[in-house]
Design a protein. Structure first.
Length: 264
């Protein structure tokens, strides 16, 4: 059969295009392999299913839904997007052995925050104690959670990671996102009433500050530094108001009240 009579052959009056619906990956997008590929594949399916279920079948309370939505997006984002593209050089180009103290400090801080959170849930659901002792969500919880997050973010800038698996620092960032989510859900009834007021607790500020740092870092990876700079200017305006001239001047916000309010 000739090309003129073959119905499957391309013709002059038709257009045959290949690959027009393919989505090219981002430059810093990981190509995960093995168990990590399937783990986050299933996670993404469950995450999408959660939205379909909660939006169409069994609606969640608004704050709870938003907190879970942000946590899931952060965890998927840090799994799939690395801090650098393969062609870029890391910020500090430090040798591999220097990673050990970075990783040790970040994992230790995250581990303490996780212990405090698990202990609080255990006291409530097993021990019958609605609120844990003051030391559980004291300064140790906040400093360790935010410190571990800051170390992991800096480590992501300083060290290159493999394209086919999640870097240790991104596991820490995913863990921090999960802890922020679990903490806010633990205090959700009080948090709805106290966010942005003088009654907000220090742990609320640390958890929401950590969440804000995570969002800014993932924004940098997904959309570039420009959007982070713009967001940083507006966040700075909340604290610099008393020092600005004319109509830009305002009374300013306290750190412990600002971050719980803006995050929620």
């Amino acid at each position: 059969m000739s090309a003129a009579t073959d119905p499957s052959a391309p013709t002059d009056d038709g257009l045959i295009a290949h690959g027009v619906d393919d989505e090219p990956p981002a430059g810093n997008q990981r190509r995960l392999l093995g168990w990590q590929h399937w783990t986050f594949y299933v996670f993404a399916v469950v995450y999408a299913g959660f939205h379909l279920y909660s939006l169409n079948i069994a609606p969640l309370e608004t704050w709870t839904f938003r907190i879970l939505h942000i946590a899931g997006a952060l965890m998927l984002g840090f799994a799939l997007l690395s801090a650098w593209t393969p062609s870029e050089k890391s910020l500090l180009n430090l040798p591999a052995p220097v990673r050990i103290p970075f990783a040790g400090a970040a994992i230790a801080g995250l581990g303490w925050a996780l212990f405090c959170l698990v202990y609080a849930y255990w006291l409530r659901h097993v021990g019958g104690q609605a609120n844990p002792p003051s030391w559980v969500f004291g300064d140790g919880f906040g400093w360790s959670l935010s410190g571990a997050t800051a170390i992991a973010i800096v480590a992501g800038w300083a060290f290159k990671s493999r394209e086919d698996r999640v870097a240790w620092c991104d596991w820490v960032l995913m863990g921090a996102a999960a802890i922020v989510c679990a903490y806010l859900l633990f205090v959700i009834n009080r948090h709805r009433m106290t966010a942005g007021t003088p009654f907000a607790q220090p742990a609320d500020m640390w958890a929401t500050l950590t969440g804000t740092l995570l969002i800014l870092e993932l924004t940098r990876r997904a959309a570039g530094l420009a959007l982070v700079v713009i967001a940083g200017i507006f966040v700075s305006y909340a604290f610099l108001g008393p020092f600005l001239p004319g109509f830009l001047e305002h009374g300013g916000f306290k750190v412990w009240a600002f971050f719980p309010d803006i995050y929620t």
